[in-house]
Design a protein. Sequence first.
Length: 615
Amino acid sequence: MLDLSVLNEAQKRAVMHPGGPAMVLAGPGSGKTFLIVNRIRYLIEHQKVSPDAILVITFTKAAALSMERRFMESTGGQYPEVWFGTFHSFFFYLLKTYSLYHNDSLITQKEKIHYLKEIFAEMNLLWDESAHFEELLKENHGQNWEVQNCPEGMSAETVNEIKKRFAEKMFQDKKLDFDDMAVLCHDLLQKNQALLQSLREKYKYILIDEYQDINEPQERVVRLLAAPCNEIMVVGDDDQSIYGFRGSVPEIMKNFPLQYPETKTYYLEQNYRSKAQIVETSVAVIAENKNRFLKKLYAKEEGGEVHCLGFREKGQEYEYIKKRITELAKTGSLSDMAVIARSNRDLEPIYLFLQKAGIPCLRREKGISIFEHFVVKDLLGCIAFSIGKRERAPESWRKMGGNENLRKILAAQTPFTAIHFLCKKVGYEKYLRSQAIKLKEQTAQDEKLNEWQELIIVLKEHAKNYKSLSIWLEEVEEYVRMQQEKKKNEGLEQDEAAVNLMTLHAAKGLEFSYVCLPDVNEGNIPGKQCRSKEEIEEERRILYVGMTRAKKALDILYLTGTLEYPRLPSRFLNPILKRENESYSASSTSSSNSTLSKNSSKASATASYSSSSSI
């Protein structure tokens, strides 16, 4: 029988909700899965609800399986009739059972690539295997195609035409994508009232986890199913709504009480995951958002360690990360540490640096390698041509007016100076400017030039470790080959303890004793393309998600840049850097961080707080 004494008072009130619509605002680390499991038990064991009348929905298969496992463990497997699953699995079940769709209707990645190749041929577009159209499809399925994720030089008009033809082919072949399911289910239930009534009678109680991730089509289906009794409980945190590109916006959660006027709201505000300094720092950041529910979040445990540090160059930042991990590994496990960055492109140079330093790393996501970007390919191609590893000069070399004399000078350089020579003396930076001019808007030109400059800086940092052009190129080639091999093998390829490297989006739902957030700069987070208030607030929420993954120690790093390429810390760090009246001290050399501040730029402010704790 359920023991209510294991719940704190806030959890107990939510678990014992008497009935009708309920919304649980659950802050990071507040035990929302624990709450849902006990809510299900309370319905069955105290309210005498039939287990097969309970529908539990979340957003990922892993989350659904984890919640089901925890429920089964807590009940000894007594109630297997409770239905746990994702929105996609539930919608697909309905479409297969009550419509004309079947298992083969769900489009595969291989079929998507086949469609794209057909479309490119029809439109006389060049198909480049190295452009990774799989990634484009992964990020832009359904109605969520993003122009900025398309191959270099592809216009919005071209993308929209590809999208139109892609949809037509799917319709002709009666194929389904994930984003189609909610719309089709809604149409099915509206047209088939007998089916709708049958489902309402079957699933009388609905619980939804991570409700902040719901989009409008999904919400419309849920509203149909829940009516008229509205025995629905949603659990989530609007501050962790980070999937705007999928249509998940905080307004849907904020409007829940409007959709269900009888809603009772519960607050889970005690954080069991992170220590006090981490909670206070992350709250200071997210409190800058205006479109949010107000909460009074607090930590169960005092202490914790937070550093916010600026570095002039990426190499100094990477060196700090290496030293920090090495230091913490003396008392903790590498597997309990994570470097969480804005994008996979930011992670690759860190991965290369740490691997070369002998620190095992595990990249949790596939991503497009910087070595497959045309800028890096151009530079490596010119260098390979200069030392005879490539017979034909790259197009960029010819357009820059490269000659035999320049080739000989380039061949005599070290990898680092070779890149500098190509950019400044041969004229590659000028060549990139000529490429950017092809973009119509000045803003777009500036953004592309900044992006390309960032890639050159990353490549320079990697090149610093080598003296020989031939050895450097060989190692790059070997690395690219190994990455391609790994992509063929799904899953995690190593069992040894390793530092976790992932993006901020991928980190959601995870936790680590130590978390490092590198490159927290303007133009990175928030991204250059973010303009509206809504976009800026989502970017702040993305950073907040990363910060709240840390249990004991959190490092937030940013670049101050050089005179040639200055950088600014993210505006999101202002509440941290300016907290002079609280437990932080702002100075270029913090006494609590004296051994680490050697790497910090003298031009930057360093905010830090540390409390004695081992990982």
